[in-house]
Design a binder for this molecule. Structure first.
Ligand code: SF4
Ligand code: SF4
Length: 223
């Protein structure tokens, strides 16, 4: 999805094998990025499946517990719910630590890194203004992300990004908005409401992307 990015942050881009200055002493005494984030902590299907397994809850239960839906560039996606006057993430516990650390979404794993998509690929960049903890230490990006089978995960993230861009292309020529509505419903049903079974989640994700891309090719021909 397209976000506001500071040009100065893009001067240095990182791959998973690079070292980046992100280490912030275990976030001791800080929880800035776990509150006041509005609807910006978007969850991709892999994030939702990880939470479903970790918390032993299905998608409707997660919607009640911690998620809300919001539209980003016309695409309806779930994001983490922030609550109360301070807009705290629902998973921020009384000790101001993440109660779902092992199952936290990709956005939380990356922060303060972001993804910059370019030429059919992406690299990471450091959002210098977003985390004020100093001094920071250098950490290998793959260690910071702490994601099993990172190469496979990154390939899925790229496919997800491409899929959402294809949806936006279709939306831009959908005059009465009906197709956009139908595709948004399909996306939520197909990727989120339908749980991941015991097979490899990356494999299931890729299958569902292929199915949706096939559907969108048919839609694009008919618009
Ligand atoms: S803003 Fe930085 S130090 Fe604070 S919780 Fe987030 S990553 Fe940790
Ligand atoms: S899921 Fe955890 S790391 Fe992510 S915003 Fe909520 S409390 Fe913070």
């Amino acid at each position: 999805m397209k976000r506001e990015v500071l040009q100065s942050d893009l001067e240095k881009l990182y791959t998973a094998g690079d070292m980046a200055k992100v280490g912030c002493r275990g976030c001791a005494g800080c929880w800035d990025c776990c509150q006041g984030m509005g609807g910006s902590v978007l969850l991709d299907p892999l994030d939702v499946w990880r939470l479903e397994k970790g918390l032993e809850k299905d998608f409707p239960a997660l919607m009640q517990l911690c998620l809300e839906l919001g539209a980003v560039d016309g695409v309806v996606l779930p994001h983490l719910r922030m609550e109360g006057g301070e807009e705290r993430c629902v998973f921020l516990n009384a000790e101001n630590r993440c109660a779902v650390h092992a199952h936290r979404p990709g956005f939380c794993r990356m922060f303060p890194l972001g993804r910059y998509y370019q030429n059919g690929s992406f690299r990471y960049f450091l959002q210098h203004q977003e985390c004020r903890m100093e001094p920071k230490t250098k950490v290998k990006v793959e260690k910071w992300l702490d994601m099993p089978n990172l190469k496979r995960y990154e390939a899925c993230i790229l496919k997800w990004h491409d899929l959402l861009e294809q949806m936006q292309d279709i939306f831009s020529s959908d005059e009465d908005g009906q197709l956009s509505k139908d595709l948004n419903v399909y996306l939520l049903e197909h990727f989120y409401a339908q749980p991941c079974d015991e097979r490899d989640c990356y494999e299931q994700f890729e299958e569902r992307v292929e199915q949706m891309e096939k559907l969108m090719r048919i839609c694009a021909k008919n618009t």
